[in-house]
Design a protein around this ligand. Structure first.
Ligand SMILES: O=C([C@H](O)CO)[C@H](O)[C@H](O)COP(=O)(O)O
Length: 221
């Protein structure tokens, strides 16, 4: 890629209720690109959380972070009917599940994000055949906590899979943003650093600035 390479910010909404999710997103809407209805929201409030967020932000790309492992067509239908533009499937799921999600998304003109959490190199190589997917390098909440919170956690041991559309997630903040630059992601997924900030709007504005500057300056892939 060249200097036109762009990084998008995906705001992850987790561990709050639907009204709080909408209120926080309204505060930061101008600084973020995609909105993720987090796994915790979907588990706690169901598919109606996807409908509510899409209704509140109809012009934004909505990602339903279902972390699907099985029953692909059923879960895809739930997400896409509710207004999601993207749904997530785990890379450790059977390939037939991943393929079913991709097929369902393609029929509807939607996208699938494959979460690479806990995948090994051989699984990742298999998954990379799915050129239409977005791949997400993900440091889980439990890994973040185990590593004594994300300020000590390092994305450095991840290698960028070549020739794919890449997202990164997991405790990303202004302090850790530099670590992810070598991966050249097109989507930076940020949750707590905005939603738990004392001033979410200020935090989102600062992160937007970092993403804008570094995304353009460092693009070389
Ligand atoms: O997928 C996520 C995680 O598993 C929690 O459900 C989050 O979207 C991702 O971790 C981003 O959120 P933060 O780590 O709070 O930035």
């Amino acid at each position: 890629m060249n200097g036109e390479w762009k990084m998008y910010i995906q705001l992850a909404l987790d561990r709050m209720d639907i009204n709080q999710a909408i209120q926080i997103t309204q505060q930061v809407e101008e600084y973020i690109d995609w909105i993720e209805v987090g796994t915790s929201l979907i588990k706690e409030f169901g598919i109606k959380s996807i409908e509510a967020i899409k209704r509140a932000f109809p012009s934004k790309m909505i990602v339903a972070d279902t972390k699907t492992m099985d029953n692909a067509v059923y879960e895809c239908n739930l997400c896409f009917e509710a207004g999601a533009d993207v749904m997530t499937v785990m890379g450790v799921a059977p390939l037939m599940t991943v393929e079913a999600c991709l097929k369902e998304a393609s029929i509807r003109g939607k996208k699938v994000m494959i979460d690479l959490l806990n995948t090994n190199e051989s699984v990742r190589q298999q998954l990379l055949q799915y050129k239409e997917a977005i791949f997400c390098i993900h440091v889980s909440k439990d890994e973040q906590e185990f590593a004594q919170q994300h300020k000590n956690f390092n994305f450095a041991h991840f290698h960028r899979p070549t020739g794919c559309n890449l997202a990164v997630a997991g405790g990303i903040s202004a302090a850790t943003m530099k670590q992810i630059q070598p991966l050249h992601p097109s989507i930076v997924i940020i949750g707590s650093a905005i939603t738990r900030a004392e001033h979410p709007e200020r935090a989102a504005r600062e992160l937007r600035q970092l993403v804008r500057n570094r995304g353009i300056d460092d693009a070389s892939n």
